[in-house]
Design a protein around this ligand. Structure first.
Ligand SMILES: *Cc1c(COP(=O)(O)O)cnc(C)c1O
Length: 374
């Protein structure tokens, strides 16, 4: 059966006049990203109003979509989850009074450009500001999507010196942008430098490449990475439609290289703020050996109000997963409250106390008492 979205894939391949080999070449995918309205109009039928809105939005924020990621859209569905995550909308121009450019206060916790030291024993190392596909819900859009360039120049050598001289840092998260947009040699230079630092125990890579550019995960990349274990990868699937033959293969290759895979989703209105969608996503992730790690409440970044759900929605989703499906499939729901760091929010299972007696409810709503040791 041919779905609407595979039809779109064929149409894109025809338009670009590209064969299977080139289509599967990540450099081709990167070079042929859709960044302008005219290119998008050749591929998707846009209404006149949509075209006007996209053009207005593009004056402020950039667009970039890999042909592969675009091919996952069902063109007959205006609320397609891939479409909503990648195609600019006029709502992005609405700024709420409580929204800011950098609600996580990463700049305050940044001892050097490109380095965020928010938690005692680990740092975030931002090695690039570009991504294969620019997510409309990006938290770091101040770095990735802004039209006017900022002078946030990353000096990796200074960052390495900082990590060397701070012996409490035992975990380095390589992030961006998307670090896997860099060539293998550059990634290896970064990882091998970190591996040389005795107190750095684990290295994590935060990347959406398996979702938006799975062709980037090559045998060469995997064999390079596995020389520097323990390496962990956290990726960013938000919807079951992103689990495809291609993304599954990319994850299989990483897992086969001995890399444990986690997933960080963002709760997004109209995309995955739904128990059935989320259950399908987390169960699908386990099948491709990814452990759902965090489910984020959408940050208070400027222009994201149309994506934000209530905190209760997140709790409701976790409550509907916990106990009803594999515990391995249940992520931790977290809010990165402005300047506070991640705060885990979970459904309340303790419903009362009476001295040593703790009143508990289970996932089915049954109530029982547990007696604390006196
Ligand atoms: C999320 C984050 C980390 C990692 O947090 P974990 O809970 O260990 O996954 C580290 N630094 C910053 C700045 C972060 O935002």
């Amino acid at each position: 059966m041919e779905t609407e979205s595979t039809k779109l894939g064929l149409r894109i391949r025809e338009l670009f006049n590209v064969d299977e080999r080139l289509w599967n070449d990540w450099r081709w995918q990167l070079k042929n990203r859709i960044t302008r309205l005219e290119e998008l109009e050749r591929i998707l039928n846009l209404t006149e109003q949509e075209a006007i809105d996209i053009e207005r939005s593009l004056e402020h924020l950039k667009m970039a979509i890999t042909p592969y990621y675009l091919s996952l859209i069902d063109p007959s569905n205006y609320n397609d989850p891939i479409r909503l995550q990648s195609i600019p909308s006029i709502h992005e121009l609405a700024h709420m009074p409580y929204e800011t450019e950098d609600p996580l206060k990463e700049e305050i916790y940044s001892p050097l450009p490109g380095l965020v030291h928010r938690y005692p024993d680990r740092v975030l190392l931002i090695v690039t500001d570009s991504c294969p596909t620019l997510c409309r819900h990006c938290t770091r859009r101040r770095l990735t999507e802004k039209i006017k360039s900022n002078n946030n120049h990353i000096e990796l050598n200074k960052a390495f010196e900082y990590i060397c001289s701070h012996r409490e840092i035992r975990d380095v998260i390589i992030s961006g942008g998307d670090p896997l947009i860099l060539p293998d040699q550059m990634i290896e230079r970064i990882i091998s430098r970190l591996r040389d630092i005795d107190h750095v125990e684990i290295i994590r890579i935060g990347t959406r490449v398996p979702v938006t550019l799975p062709q980037r995960v090559t045998p060469e990349l995997c064999s390079m990475l596995q020389k520097y274990h323990p390496i962990w990868v956290n990726t960013h699937f938000n919807h079951p439609n992103e689990i495809t033959v291609e993304s599954s293969k990319a994850c299989e290759m990483l897992a086969n290289a001995g890399i444990p895979l986690g997933n960080q989703s963002v709760l997004l209105k109209g995309i995955n703020d739904n128990v059935e969608v989320m259950k399908k996503l987390v169960q699908g992730l386990l099948k491709i050996r990814i452990r759902p790690y965090y489910l984020y409440q959408c940050d208070m970044v400027e222009g994201l109000s149309h994506f934000r759900t209530s905190i209760e929605k997140g709790i409701e989703i976790i409550e509907a997963l916990q106990g009803f499906t594999s515990g391995l499939a249940v992520p931790t729901f977290v809010i990165d409250a402005p300047g506070m760091g991640k705060i885990p929010i979970s459904p309340q299972y303790i419903i009362g106390r009476n001295g040593d007696q703790i009143l508990l409810r289970n996932f089915e709503g049954k109530i029982s008492a547990y007696t604390n040791p006196s």
